[in-house]
Design a protein around this ligand. Sequence first.
Ligand SMILES: Cc1ncc(COP(=O)(O)O)c(C=O)c1O
Length: 476
Amino acid sequence: MDRLYDKLVSYAGKDFYPMHMPGHKRNPDLMKMPDPYLLDITEIDGFDNLHQPEGILEDLSCRISRLFGSGSAFPLVNGSTAGIMAAISAATCRGDKVLVARNAHKSVYNAIMLMGLKPVYYYPQLIDGSSIFGGISVAEIEELLINNPGIKAVIITSPTYEGIASDVKNIAAAAHRHKALLIVDEAHGAHFGFSSAFPETAVRLGADLVIQSLHKTLPSFTQTAVLHSNCDELNGKIRKYLSCYQSSSPSYILLTGIDRCISLLEERGGQLFDSFYIRLRAFYESVSDLVRISLLDDDIIGKASVYGRDPSKLVVRINNADLNGHQLQDILRSRHYIEMEMAAIDYALGISTIADSEEGFLRMDKALHDIDNSCASADDGNNRISVNLNAVIKPERLLLPSEAADHKSEIVSIKKAVGRVVATAVSLFPPGIPLVVPGERLDADMIDFISHMKYTGFTVTGLAGRDYEGIEVLLL
Ligand SMILES: Cc1ncc(COP(=O)(O)O)c(C=O)c1O
């Protein structure tokens, strides 16, 4: 069996191009650091304490909030995951009602479970003919706020993994009209606000709490993120919950990764984002002649409540090719040495950042043309699956997630689970959006969909038993 270190070193020497996070893209020309062991310390004199910052880490927080334009910023070493959980916990009290756009990351559902919250779900539409979620409708959010009085917080994801941005400004206004806070999971939008090529950041659009993963779309180490607060009165509670959800020994390697990323943006952000934009434009221009596959583009704006689109997400859609997203991802890896971020039913997704090289974009361009020319057209196939997805995404809820957590459970074969209520969330990973959450009933369509995805080679998390053929359900 390979050892992790040897395997990583060997992989680093290979010629795979990373169209995936972390956003530093292992680019040694952009990010340099001495041997990490030399920098790995603990809270010794002069180096402050992340959980009670008053020196160099307090200064780092101030630099971040200045750069992004937020009221206060909390640097994170446990990813947006910790930031989202702290934001939801700080904005609510046990048992509160929250309005949640259902295409949320699992950290949202975990916070709901731990805080005993009562979620009201908003189901975003899919973009026509695809399995990609559209944006969030302001009118529908307002209607849900009217029909469900007493909602304490509205929780949305904008942009999504695929770079779909919602009308955050008007959603914030709607939330505030109904005395609810707006929490925006902007994990995929840490680069917003640095160039007019991208949608505006929620930090500057009236959201109360915004969480960004620095590591996804900026040059920073995995796990680094930031929670922005425009709500001073919540800051004490945020700090209290961050000490629950983050390590009591925050890594100085990760913290210095945040510091380096912020310094780079302070010193060279303008120039780096300008060059990035030029590369992106040239790339989109060059791939505009693809036929069987194509890049998601601004044509979707205005449809399915899509308000804006992040062009740094390279969403390669399958229009008329005898491939699914997973197969496209495999071809890019095996024939072109490009590693993508994720694959879904009908597309594969690459993440590009300011750390990408010209060579990386050229390789992607050439690979996509090559695949477009060589693949056969499809007779039917991919679209049928996305129609099924539409049918299965609204499971019936019998118990709250917190109530489900207190029940006894058993593992049964997936095939025998029709009608049972799940004890563990089941998600496609990535992106980690649950298809079904604890307390919800499995119907035959959902089971068919989960089985189909598993056998088509997609990673389904939350299954149990040998070969993940089982599922944990409640004994009610
Ligand atoms: C939409 C969304 N929110 C939150 C997260 C969690 O971010 P992190 O990996 O920084 O904890 C992810 C992770 O992929 C995500 O896709």
